[in-house]
Design a protein around this ligand. Structure first.
Ligand SMILES: [Mn+2]
Length: 334
């Protein structure tokens, strides 16, 4: 699927001050795509601020070595300091609830809004949608924008976009990895991204807290339906006890689907602000986006999530019941 990038080209033609943002709890695709989009806009002579509703996880600090690109909304930057922004570019999300603390600001934003994204679920964000749900990552779409707008991929941008694509494909292992994914990666490596350096930054800088948290989560892994469903839960007290921080739970859900015979893997993470984040993964044709949407969330067929009100045990019960129903429709609910 090819996106028509004319709306973005037109906005670049007619505006100067851009705001770039992404979803809460940003991942590699979110932050790497921001590096790319900021690079593209700056190359076009634009004034760019990248402001996120969540802080940048330490795992991704290498994406802005001077520590200045990503600004934390309401912390590094106050809303009134963004009053001069003319256009907002929203990356890797299409749902209001993914904007976190910035949702109110974006709702009231008077200038044009552009969304560049690959998620299936979609709210009416009052935006121009530059979207391809078949893309493996938003980073791939940003790379397409470089081509369409005749911009040069610098080593810094290449590092961001390779991180984006690598993280959303599970380092080129998941079913969304295609020949074109590898071509994009090759182009980015040619442009100056170092795959081995990025790999080490992402996967070989674990903290002791994260490793201990993974150990505890696996020690308490639950298996149901003769091994077709596996799930783990991380409570706030688990974080405290192991010395882990909330972003340390990233990718932990992948262990649940690594178990032989598992069709759906779930990870439940208690949220400091209340409620529980549920992550859904499958390696079969179960539709995770649909499962998550039953709980007000969304995502992709193979990977989705929802933040659900309630205590850990209530949320686990409800979600596990829904997955049981999806895996075994003949069986009575509950
Ligand atoms: Mn993504």
């Amino acid at each position: 699927m090819n996106i028509d990038w004319t709306p973005l080209a037109d906005l670049i033609e007619t505006h100067d001050r851009f705001l770039v943002t992404t979803h809460v709890r940003p991942d590699g695709d979110a932050l790497g795509s921001e590096v790319g989009m900021a690079g593209l806009l700056r190359q076009k002579g634009k004034d760019v601020r990248v402001v996120n509703s969540s802080p940048t996880p330490p795992r991704y600090d290498f994406l802005h070595p001077d520590g200045k690109l990503f600004e934390h909304f309401n912390h590094d930057v106050q809303p009134d300091e963004l009053a001069d922004r003319e256009v907002v570019v929203i990356l890797d999300l299409s749902a209001w609830n993914q904007l976190g603390d910035m949702a109110g600001f974006i709702r009231e934003f008077r200038g044009p809004r552009v969304v560049v994204d690959h998620h299936v679920s979609q709210d009416d964000l009052g935006a121009v949608f530059l979207k391809d749900t078949s893309a493996e990552a938003t980073g791939t779409l940003v790379l397409q924008a470089f081509h369409a707008l005749g911009a040069t991929v610098t080593p810094e941008v290449a590092t961001g976009l390779l991180t984006a694509i690598a993280m959303d494909t599970g380092w080129f292992r998941h079913s969304n990895t295609r020949a074109s994914t590898m071509s994009a990666a090759a182009e980015l490596i040619d442009a100056g991204a170092s795959a081995d350096t990025i790999y080490r930054k992402l996967f070989e800088r674990n903290t002791l807290g994260r490793l201990r948290l993974i150990g505890e989560a696996l020690a308490n892994l639950k298996v149901e339906l003769d091994g077709r469903l596996a799930y783990a839960a991380v409570g706030l007290d688990d974080l405290r006890r192991t010395g882990a921080i909330p972003p340390d739970t990233e990718d932990l859900v992948d262990y649940t689907v690594s178990l032989r015979g598992v069709e759906v893997g779930l990870l439940f993470i208690e949220q400091a602000r209340g409620g529980v984040k549920a992550s859904f993964r499958t390696r079969t044709d179960v539709d995770c986006a649909r499962l998550a949407s039953q709980f007000g969330g969304g995502g992709h067929r193979a990977a989705a999530g929802a933040t659900i009100p309630g205590t850990m045990s209530e949320v686990v019960d409800r979600v596990v019941a829904a997955v049981r129903q999806a895996l075994d429709p003949g069986r009575p609910a509950g």
